[in-house]
Design a protein around this ligand. Structure first.
Ligand code: MN
Length: 318
């Protein structure tokens, strides 16, 4: 469907429930909150649903406090609109609710989108917020400061702060437009990429200072022990982004992190700069992901796990 067709279908609604994916990121939250405010400005009743808690760091975005879990939905809506959800599993438990409505919309940017809705608008932009921005244009919505902040949030997070290869001239032009509409780029970047708790900062310093290097410094390894988490009062999800550190080291081709999640049980993350397909390595242990970013769960002593993984890398570096 074209954006004009989707816009005219949405204009016909009196009420809509907007769905964000589980483990929500800035793009699904930005898409949903921008669309909610836009629909309300058009006189359409709009609510938000997500089958996961919304991380605290997004609380500065207008409308984030309105999310409810699917079990709280009792009202009827004219239409259900999913944003940034490529497949049914991304809805979590909310999918069984989603399919109950006759007017379902799917607005997404993943090329792998399963086109599961009655009305599908899937376009391969950097972020779904770029698609929503285009949709709001087709709906003739006034871009308020709140809407601009929501949309810029999705662009900034899905492009990794404009650093990923999905950042195009159009992405930057859209971001520039949103800044001209008073989106606070500086604050969004601080909240998404810089701000951290003291517990995380202390854990990070510990883990990074204990990094080890193998194969003439072509592999960098981080170990995150349960005892370190406990010492600083940190929790597992605070370790997100740690693995980016060894990747900054000149000469390192592959980064590996081991997060101790149980007795002799480790959650493994793998990153590659391109010479090694780490998806192949993760697959050896029942894990998977992408060529440059993959993960798996391994049992055993950490020294043995590191030995095995470094060996797997060495076989692929020659
Ligand atoms: Mn996205």
């Amino acid at each position: 469907m074209t954006i004009t067709e989707i816009a005219s279908k949405i204009k016909g609604l009196k009420s809509a429930l907007i769905f964000s994916h589980v483990r929500p990121d800035g793009d699904t939250i930005g898409s949903a909150t921008a669309l909610r405010n836009a629909l309300i400005s058009l006189g359409i009743n709009a609510d938000l649903v997500c089958d996961s808690p919304i991380p605290e760091k997004f609380s500065f975005i207008d409308g984030v406090g309105c999310y409810v879990t699917p079990d709280k939905i009792t009202k009827e809506y004219d239409g259900y609109i999913a944003v940034d959800c490529s497949v049914s599993s991304m809805f979590g438990g909310a999918y069984s609710l989603f399919i109950k409505n006759k007017n379902t919309f799917n607005i997404d940017h993943h090329v792998s989108n399963a086109k599961y809705a009655k009305y599908n608008y899937v376009f391969d932009n950097s972020s779904n917020c770029e698609n929503v921005y285009e949709l709001l244009g087709a709906l003739n919505v006034d871009i308020t400061e709140d809407i601009a902040n929501s949309l810029l949030l999705g662009i900034v997070t899905d492009t990794g702060n404009f650093a990923h290869s999905n950042t195009t001239a159009k992405t930057l032009a859209n971001a520039s437009d949103l800044v001209s509409k008073d989106a606070n780029l500086n604050y969004i970047i601080y909240k998404m990429f810089k701000e951290q708790s003291k517990a995380r900062a202390k854990l990070y310093a510990r883990v990074i200072s204990n990094a080890t290097y193998y194969l003439e410094d072509r592999v960098g390894v981080l170990v995150i022990n349960k005892s370190d988490l406990e010492e600083f009062g940190a929790v597992e999800n605070m370790t997100e982004g740690f693995i980016d550190f060894p990747m900054t080291v000149i000469g390192v081709e592959v980064a590996i992190s081991l997060l101790e999640v149980g007795d002799k049980r480790y959650k493994i993350s793998l990153r590659s700069k391109g010479k090694v397909n780490v998806n192949e390595i993760a697959s050896l242990y029942g894990g998977g992901g992408h060529i440059l970013a993959s993960g798996a769960m391994l049992n055993g002593y950490k020294e043995d796990i590191i030995d095995k993984l470094v060996y797997n890398v060495s076989q692929r570096l020659e």
